[in-house]
Design a protein around this ligand. Structure first.
Ligand code: FEO
Length: 402
């Protein structure tokens, strides 16, 4: 049975939710599920904006047929070719063979790579082109690398609706309302939105900045992303745009410390916990994460969120413990920069993790080391505690003076 929701006059939400998928992109846990959004505009012409993941294809097709109400489908705008949005493309083409596909050259090439698609009935558009569909026009805004090279967005000037592709999306299924202003977004979605941003498009901060500059010139009233809720309240849109501005500039969203530790028998954890307590005692907001337990996508999101980072790792096979090594590699891949950082290492016969972590992190832009590396020899002793207290004092001084 269809579940079609009106977004604004003549615009309908046709998407669906997947609450069974364990790993989005086979990489990111989504315990709260995810939504795949698609929209239909019914003007003098009918326009479908993107399709959905195969997981929700059947309900989407049912929604589409219901929303069309017997009218033909005139246009299908394809903004992004990642299969969570394009997997149902060919089903739409088979069901509505006369539909005209509106997209750009890169998408057209990918359509042929993904599907046995002839390329017939494709109208190629370029940046700045527009399409009249009756009372409204659809203007095309290219957004390469947000999050693939072919990505574009659409804007309808007559009602201020922006179809933003992956941008402004979030993990987390929708249930009941699809509108952000009817949800406790900051409480229930912001952590997922941050994790989604940094893991999916975080590497492309410069490209997101370009999109934000283009968006600043548009009278946006509603944002329709491909995941998560629809945004339509002006102050909330401004708040979310500000978040994207901070995130894409790689600025810390909050001042505070996060201690990430990798511990085998608990001694490195012990050092991390002592440092955490000493930071808290000095008025520094602090969190601790065991990188062997907490998923790397969450650690990554938390690292980008805060201003002061501490990495504590035992030495393992003469290197950094594997979960910390993986975490540092992920941070590098996502362009971590402009943070204060400190180090704790452990080793029972040849502590090397500190030097190796420092070599790795010092290659990232704008990283400044605070304090000396604290070396734990097997377990924390009184002199180690003194070093941890000194490190906490260095971090606290920087936190308070900045
Ligand atoms: Fe939601 Fe880049 O796909």
């Amino acid at each position: 049975m269809q579940n079609v929701i009106e977004v604004t006059k003549d615009l309908y939400y046709l998407g669906g939710n997947d609450r069974r998928l364990a790993l989005f992109e086979s990489a990111f846990p989504i315990p709260r599920g995810v939504s795949y959004n698609s929209y239909l505009l019914k003007d003098e012409k009918t326009v479908l904006f993107d399709t959905v993941d195969s997981a929700v294809c059947e309900v989407f097709l049912e929604n589409l047929a219901y929303a069309l109400g017997g009218r033909k489908l005139d246009y299908l705008v394809v903004h992004h070719m990642e299969p969570d949005h394009s997997a149902s493309f060919f089903r739409v083409i088979e069901t509505y063979p006369d539909v005209m596909v509106i997209t750009n050259q890169k998408v057209a090439m990918m359509l042929k790579n993904y599907f046995p698609f002839s390329g017939k009935n494709v109208r190629l558009i370029r940046e700045g082109d527009s399409l009249n569909v009756g009372k409204r026009n659809i203007c095309f805004v290219f957004a390469p690398m947000v999050h693939w090279p072919e990505v574009m967005m659409s804007f309808i000037p007559e009602n201020g609706v922006l179809f933003s592709a992956d941008a402004f999306g979030t993990f987390g299924a929708l249930g009941g309302s699809i509108f952000e202003d009817e949800l406790p977004f900051e409480r229930d979605f912001l952590d997922d939105a941050r994790r989604y941003y940094f893991n999916i498009v975080g590497k492309y901060g410069a490209q997101v900045q370009n999109v934000l500059k283009k968006a600043a010139g548009l009278p946006i009233q509603t944002i329709c992303p491909l995941h998560g809720p629809v945004w339509r309240r002006a102050e909330d849109i401004a708040w979310y745009l500000k978040k994207y501005d901070i995130w894409s500039k790689y600025e810390p969203e909050e001042r505070g410390a996060v201690v990430f530790y990798a511990s085998v028998y608990g001694h490195t954890q012990n050092a991390a916990e002592i440092l955490g307590a000493e930071l808290a005692k000095r008025g520094v907001p602090v969190k601790l994460y065991d990188v062997s337990v907490t998923h790397v996508s969450e650690c990554l999101s938390e690292a980008f969120r805060y201003s002061h980072l501490v990495f504590a790792s035992t030495t393992y096979n003469n290197g950094i413990f594997i979960h910390m090594e993986n975490f540092l590699s992920d941070l590098k891949a996502h362009g971590m920069k402009n943070r204060k950082y400190s180090l704790i290492e452990n080793g029972s016969w040849s502590p090397q993790a500190g030097g190796l972590m420092e070599k790795c992190i010092s290659e990232w832009k704008g990283m400044e080391k605070l304090g000396d590396t604290v070396t734990v020899l097997s377990s924390v002793k009184e002199e180690t505690r003194n070093q941890l207290e000194a490190l906490a004092a260095s971090i606290a001084e920087d936190y308070q003076n900045a």
